[in-house]
Every structure is written in C-alpha cells, then in structure tokens.
Design a binder for this molecule. Sequence first.
Ligand SMILES: Cc1ncc(COP(=O)(O)O)c(C=O)c1O
Length: 505
Amino acid sequence: MSDTSAPGAPAARTDRRRREGSLFDLSHPGRTGVALPPLDVPAIDPPALFGSAHRSEVAGEVEASEVDVVRHFTRLSQLNFAIDTALYPLGSCTMKHNPRINEEVARLAGFSDVHPYTAEHLVQGALELLWLLEERLKTLTGFARVTLQPSAGANGELAGTLMIRAAHVARGNARRHILVPDSAHGTNPASAHFAGYSVIELASNARGTLDLAELEAKLTDEVAALMITVPNTLGVFEENILKITEMVHAKGALVYLDGANFNAFVGKVRPADMGVDVMHMNLHKTFSTPHGGGGPGAGPVGVGPALVPYLPTPTVERDGEVFRLSYDRPGSIGRMRTFHGNFGVLVRALTYIESYGNTIPEVAEAAVLNANYLRKRLEPFYHLKYDAPSYHEVVFSDRKQAAGGIHNIDIAKRLMDYGFHPPTMSFPLIVPGALMIEPTESEPKEELDAFADAMIAIAKECQETPELVHGAPHTTPVGRLDDASTAREASKPGSFAPVLRAPVR
Ligand SMILES: Cc1ncc(COP(=O)(O)O)c(C=O)c1O
C-alpha cells in the first residue's frame, strides 16, 4: 500500500500525477506536436474553397506538444488499475494475463492491415486463420460447426437463441418460453427476449445449482430451450448436467449453454458430450484479450448437427487448398454483424490456443486451483452462501461485515487502497452483498497471497477501525464517489461529472 504520509513523501496535493487534469487543461495556444515541411504545392484559400462552412479555428481544440501528450497519457495509465500491474479479481470477467505473443501476431501487417472487402484470393491467409480457429474450437467443444461472427458473449447468445427459434419454426412451432436459472448473467434473459421468447425463471437449490424438481415442473411443451451456465455464475458446476440435458430433450426442447465460463473446463470436458445443442464462448475471457466490461470481444457459437442449417452466413469453407466465404445456407438466420467478426480478437484467440497446444487443460486446472486457494484462505473471514465446490471463481458475501454496518461497496473501495482493483460486486443477485472473486490461471502464488492478505487485513479493519473502511478509498486521486448521483449525472447526454462524497486530493 502506498503511504503518502511517509516522511519525505510529497503530500498527495503536490504529487503531479494526482493533481493533473484533463488534456484540455494542458493546452497552450500555439503549441504543436508536429513540424510540417515547407509547402511544395500551390497554396489553397480555404474560405474560397469551403465558403461559410470554413472555420478559422476549432473551438476548444487542444494545442499541445508530443511530450505533453505522451506524459499525460503515461501518467493516466499509472493511475489506472490494470491486469499488467496486479491481480485483477473482477469475477465473471476472467481478467487473465494477455500474452505478448498475441499482440505480436495480431500486429502482423497481413492481419492488421487487411481490408474486409479485399478479394478472397488475396486474403487466403486470413481466411485460413478463421477456418483453423473454427477447427480448434470444434475440437475443444465437440460441436459440428462454430460461427465466429458474434461480437461478444451477448451477441452469441442472440445468435444461439435465433438458431433455436429457427429450428423450432422449421418443425412447425416456434414455442413460447426459454427457461433461465435465477443465477444467470443478465444477458441471458435479455437475449431470450430479443429472440422473441418470454423468460421463465428457475429458482436455484440450496447448493446454488439447478433444482431438478423446479425444472420438471416448468418444462412444458411450450418451452423452446433451457439456457444454463456451466459452471454457473457462483462458480459451481452443474453436477446433474447429463440428467438435465436428457430431461430437456425428452420434451423436444434444446439446451443452450452459456459458455462464458469455459475457462473452468476448457480441454477437460467437451460441452457437446454433455448433451448441449448450442453454446457461445467468450473468446475475450477464455482465450485472452481480457477487457472486463469494455473493449473488443468475440462470442463464437458452437452448434450440434440439428442447428447447422441455421448458422449465420458467411461461413468459411475449405476446398482443397483454397479457402472461401460461403453464403449458401438457405435456412441461415443471416448475418450477426458486419464482415467476419472481430478479427483481431480471433487472431489473439488462435495464438493463445496454439501456444498451449495439447497442454490447454492446464488453463482450467490452474484457474480452478487458484480460485480454491483464495477460497480456503478467505473462508474464515468472509461469508460463503453456497458451499458447493468452487470451480474458476468464488462468491463471498458481506454478511459478516454487514452486521457492523460495512457493506461490499466499502470493502471493494478499501481494496483499492491496497493496490487491487475491486472484485465484481452485487452479482449474482441471489447472493446479497456479493463479492465475486476470479483470480484466473495466470496468477502466481505470491500474488494470490498478497490479495488474500489484503482481504484479510480489510476484514480485521471492519472490526477494529470500521471508519477507515467506510471512508475508503484514501490513497486514490479521487475520493469516494456518490455512486447513485454519479450514475444519474453520467447518463445525461454529453455529461460526465462524477459526484464526490469525499474531495479530490
Ligand atoms: C456468464 C456470462 N454470460 C454472458 C456474458 C456476456 O458476455 P459479453 O460481456 O461478452 O457480452 C458474460 C460476461 O462476462 C458472462 O459472465
């Protein structure tokens, strides 16, 4: 933890990294970051050319030198929490280390400069990459085909549910409902609605998994599919998954698996072998490019034979040594997005998969081991609502601390004083005061220990010096925000004005 009150340390107020404002505050009239060579073509007269549309200056434009700009962004980056500086426990987001080889490969000119409208014979390498990634994902999942088009997990869910709908329509009845457990990610019911279905919620059992009696009761002939997450958002594996898929199929419905948590079993078990019909994967979680709630992603969807006719177009097909885009799929649900997916993320995912090769099960093994290590260290200090075995993440709650008036938000903010990004909070909703921790496979034991030590120290502060936790964070450049007012302000068009509960330091 950085101690700004240590002897000789500058007061926070005088620390330039903390007090600097936005790039606009750095602007100096006449300063520039470029030096253009003398004009060697005839000068034009802009007002004559553009008439009243011509502006002699752009109001508010930043005038800064290259050094101003580089220092500004470097300082900003140092104020940030990042996976490159410490364990980033944002549960459900799988914030793992992004191997640098991925970046090297993604920056190869043949990949980064390729234009989506380039003629197919000139982009054979890019098409081969898409084909090969589909092959690898087929091997890892056991599915007949995988579409790489969806932009992210939620977009994959929509693609999957639209394919489910198309399959039912082809059988003469689209059906009306999709069953979704109460522990599901919010995108699941949203996607089902987008695909034209109403959602029936399934209450979890005391273990935190699907209740078979509840499933039996709600599984009618009007159910199109069950959308289930494995392991679920509590990090608990559905031990009855084979029974569940059997029950759903017996009613003529399909099983959609939310595979956002594939990190927990990649290389160990194939979803198709569990009886799953369709599953999306969050490449930006399981196969690197982590972004935790922003940035580019990719949500490929694998399908069993029954859904192949409805895949989005185009698909990449191989004819001998030639790769081509195919639009020949009369039952297709159509395109899910422009062009062929988030290509850069796909390049990174294939690089990640190829780097591991046959050792890819180690990803799941280490992710599960790390989550369980943290669980064991933190169990004596934080309440665990569901004590079923954890897989890749563990969901504690603030129940022990709430008795003394400290809530998960306070614990999360205090963690920032210890140099860690907060865990995911208040999700899943079935755990009131949730603190969802996912360390991922890329953390060494020392880092896990540093994180556990910080969480344990905070649990002790909650008892001994609660005001310290309640007023946190104390070492960040901006004090505690009033979350509700900030969210309201930020949602106003063109505004971002954080509302402070404590002052800027
Ligand atoms: C279980 C689960 N399902 C679906 C999603 C949605 O994925 P995306 O954010 O890529 O749309 C997430 C996101 O983290 C998730 O954790």
